[in-house]
Write a protein that binds this ligand. Structure first.
Ligand code: SAH
Ligand code: SF4
Ligand code: F3S
Length: 451
């Protein structure tokens, strides 16, 4: 099998964790001798890394899968894998629904792909969804970018937000040690990477499952300590982290971001709702006042910090007035970016079986109204960039215009400007912003750039 250059294809749905997992699985497959295929129809092994955060994410997977299952009837040696959160949620049931599948594997089993495939090639149909201790990975991921990289710092989630499937599909919190994280970042720096994004579903929970407390009784390993511990890795120019949880967000963290020059001034802190009753029903563990305080504190310390968030509309029982409290929060705080979603009942979550569900019409009306406000506010916020000189880390060519390159500002705004990707890839460039759209910028390289 190894010598005939079998080809693999991966399609990834869902969040950054899934993207990071896909890169690790691609690395494992390449180490096993598989070559990459962008087109699933030319691949001998197809892996769908799936998401189940909302019903529409899950349905998409089934439609993709149906097509490939059909193909398997003509090409019996096609290997079909479902990984990720749908795999974890459905387990054995997925085999009943799609008997053509060879392997169903949950997110905690990503590092075991090689072993699992050995079982498949020996003739078994395999389901790997039991909870496990996640081992440190020795395989090299095949990363999408040569400039920016994801680094997992904590897997799983111990929160119990009443709408959310993540804890049931990603399992309990498991932090990697600071040493393992630093070693991975050092390796990335040696390979020429310039930016890392530390990942966790609730990154503020980092370290609470690791041993050690300080004299004052707090956990010895926190996200703040981790930032101090990794920030000086030579070669790495920028550090980001996501996702923050308002319940555990600390002032120490804000201070660290202010103090450490490589940590970018961008915060992704979902608030989900601007109404205290709804927040309580969601079991989020904070009030809208607390959330506002956090944002005020950040802006007090870093006036230009960019702030993004997630929000849900139409949570069970949400009244028009409560929804308006969400609008009010968005109006008052003016986010740089906001991911919005209509509430989707998820199997096994408490809120899914409550009787006070909101109709689809009302949800979609609220979603539209919120999105309209978000676009208006983002357009307002983005104007502050006009005429300014921003530092952009060049990641790639503009896929729509090969005379241009693209990258991100420290505040995470996608920025385009004329330039040669061969010369500029991975460089930090000063760019004068000449155009500011709601979610992206255009500009011109400033002469006298040291690059
Ligand atoms: N860990 C992060 C978010 C994880 S899920 C946090 O605590 O905020 C990403 C986003 O999907 C959430 O922020 C939420 O806005 C949305 N989401 C999660 N479950 C959902 C559901 N059942 N219906 C609609 N949106 C949902
Ligand atoms: Fe889901 Fe809440 Fe955990 Fe975020 S913190 S992943 S919303 S349970
Ligand atoms: Fe989706 Fe799983 Fe991420 S459900 S959002 S891929 S943790």
């Amino acid at each position: 099998m190894t010598n005939s250059q079998r080809r693999y294809h991966i399609t990834t749905f869902g969040c950054q964790m899934n993207k990071a997992d896909s890169e690790r699985m691609a690395g494992i497959l390449e180490e096993m001798g598989f070559a990459r295929s962008e087109d699933p129809n030319e691949a001998d092994l197809i892996l769908y890394n799936t998401c189940t955060i909302r019903d529409n994410a899950e349905q998409k997977v089934y439609s993709y899968l149906g097509r490939q299952a059909k193909r398997k009837h003509e090409q019996p040696d096609l290997t079909l894998i479902v990984a990720g959160c749908v795999a974890q949620q459905e387990g054995e049931q997925l085999l009943r629904r799609v008997p053509e599948l060879d392997l169903v594997m949950g997110p905690q089993h990503v590092n075991r792909l090689h072993d699992l495939l050995e079982e498949v090639f020996a003739g078994s149909q395999v389901v790997a969804t039991e909870p496990v201790h996640i081992m440190e990975d020795i395989t090299k991921p095949r990363r999408e970018s040569a400039v920016t990289a994801w680094v997992n710092v904590i897997y799983g989630c111990n929160e119990r937000c009443t709408y959310c499937v993540v804890p049931s599909v990603r399992g309990v919190e498991q932090s990697r040690t600071p040493e393992a994280i630093r070693a991975e970042i050092e390796e990335l720096a040696r390979q020429g990477y310039k930016e890392v994004t530390l990942l966790g579903q609730n990154i503020d929970a980092y370290g609470r499952d690791l041993p050690g407390v300080t004299e004052t009784g707090r956990h010895q390993h926190t996200l703040t300590d981790l930032l101090y511990y990794v920030h000086d890795v030579p070669g790495i120019e920028r550090i980001r982290f996501a996702t923050s949880h308002p319940r555990y967000f600390t002032e120490r963290l804000i201070k660290a971001c202010q103090e450490l020059p490589k940590v970018c001034e961008h915060f992704h802190i979902p608030f989900q709702s601007g109404d205290n009753e709804i927040l309580k029903a969601m079991k989020r563990g904070y009030t809208h006042q607390r959330y506002r305080q956090i944002i005020e504190k950040i802006r007090e310390c870093m006036p230009d910090a960019s702030i993004s968030a997630d929000a849900i509309v139409g949570f069970p029982g949400e009244t028009e007035e409560q929804f308006e409290n969400t609008l009010q929060l968005v109006e008052d705080l003016g986010f740089d970016q906001l991911n919005t979603a209509a509430y989707s009942p998820r199997p096994g979550t408490p809120a899914a079986i409550w009787e006070n569900q909101i109709s689809e019409e009302v949800k979609s009306d609220r979603l539209q109204r919120l999105n309209h406000l978000v676009a208006t506010k983002a357009a307002e916020r983005t104007r502050r960039y006009l005429g300014r000189i921003e530092e952009v880390l060049v990641e790639d060519q503009n896929p729509k215009d090969s005379t241009q390159v693209m990258g991100r500002t420290r505040g995470n705004r996608l920025t385009f400007f004329t330039g040669n990707i061969q010369q500029l890839k991975g460089k930090l460039v000063k760019v004068k912003i000449t155009e500011a759209r709601a979610f992206s910028l255009s500009g011109e390289i400033v002469s006298g750039n040291s690059n």
